[in-house]
Design a protein around this ligand. Structure first.
Ligand SMILES: NC(=O)c1ccc[n+]([C@@H]2O[C@H](COP(=O)([O-])OP(=O)(O)OC[C@H]3O[C@@H](n4cnc5c(N)ncnc54)[C@H](O)[C@@H]3O)[C@@H](O)[C@H]2O)c1
Length: 255
């Protein structure tokens, strides 16, 4: 598929990579339904996208909430005539050790169920709900072809301190394979991108020494740019033989 054919939902579009994906797609002529829980971020995105050759509309949507996701897909479908794409990008982190013993008191602290659930809800249930709504509507209305891109992470191999995030990102890759196989008969492809350390606003507050230490373990000794991740997204959209697989863009890092 070509970028200017896309009528595509981008989740988590108010910041970081989602914002870059939404702007790049709108500038390439796509119709973009940009959603997020961050209303101010969406407003500034809409302003920035106003001069794009495509079209960008915004929705305040919580991807972890079924009714909110159903409303997004129903309204965006009507606004653009139909939809044929989705980037499952919205994500959060709530890190901590699984079990931690205090050296002085001997007290054992457990990873909280609340932190587990928040990350599973946004990073795994969210993509499930969004992919389900898109696929159901496309199949119901006989719209094809289509493409779903899931943003996973290098953490899917099991990153210490991320028991919730690693499980969600690994689950997302498992479902990329499963949805890719199940939806192939309807002309819908599904791919994932697994980024390493990406240059996003989250790193802006990081002291240079800490950043340097972090990059010591990266074979290419550098961050991945948001545009390098978008290149992988673009590859998945455009390559009609690609489905049920993951593209890893991580500067060679293995956790
Ligand atoms: N930054 C990295 O180095 C990196 C590496 C690997 C994977 N990732 C993944 O890439 C994706 C984007 O990461 P980023 O660094 O650009 O993040 P970011 O924090 O800059 O942006 C995430 C966006 O998701 C939105 N969001 C959070 N909860 C939401 C919800 N319930 N419903 C809708 N929107 C919600 C936030 O408001 C935010 O705008 C995430 O899935 C993240 O896990 C990031």
């Amino acid at each position: 598929m070509q970028l200017n054919e896309m009528r595509i939902v981008v989740t988590g579009a108010a910041s970081g990579m989602g914002r870059h994906f939404a702007l790049s797609l709108a500038r390439a002529g796509a119709k973009v339904a940009a959603c997020d829980v961050n209303e101010a971020g969406l407003a500034s995105l809409a302003e920035e996208a106003a001069s794009a050759s495509g079209e960008l509309k915004t929705w305040i949507t919580n991807v972890a909430d079924e009714a909110s996701v159903e409303a997004l897909f129903s309204e965006a479908w009507d606004a653009f005539g139909h939809l044929n794409g989705l980037i499952n990008n919205a994500g959060i982190i709530r890190d901590g050790l699984f079990i931690k013993k205090d050296k002085e008191t001997g007290a054992v602290r457990k990873f909280s169920l609340a932190k587990w659930q928040q990350v599973i809800d946004v990073n795994l249930t969210g993509p499930f709900l969004c992919a389900r709504e898109l696929a159901a509507k496309m199949v119901e209305h006989d719209i094809a072809p289509g493409v779903i891109v899931n943003i996973s992470s290098i953490s899917r191999w099991g990153n210490m301190g991320q028991t919730n995030y690693s499980a969600a990102k690994a689950g997302l890759v498992a479902d990329t394979v499963l949805w890719g196989k199940e939806l192939a008969r309807y002309g819908i492809r599904v791919g994932a991108v697994a980024p390493g350390f990406v240059d996003t606003p989250i790193l802006e507050g990081m002291p240079p020494a800490a950043l340097e230490k972090m990059l010591k373990g990266v074979p290419l000794r550098r961050l991945v740019s948001q545009d390098e991740i978008f290149q992988a997204v673009q590859f998945i959209i455009q390559n009609d033989a690609f489905t049920a697989r993951v593209v890893e863009v991580d500067a060679g890092l293995r956790l």
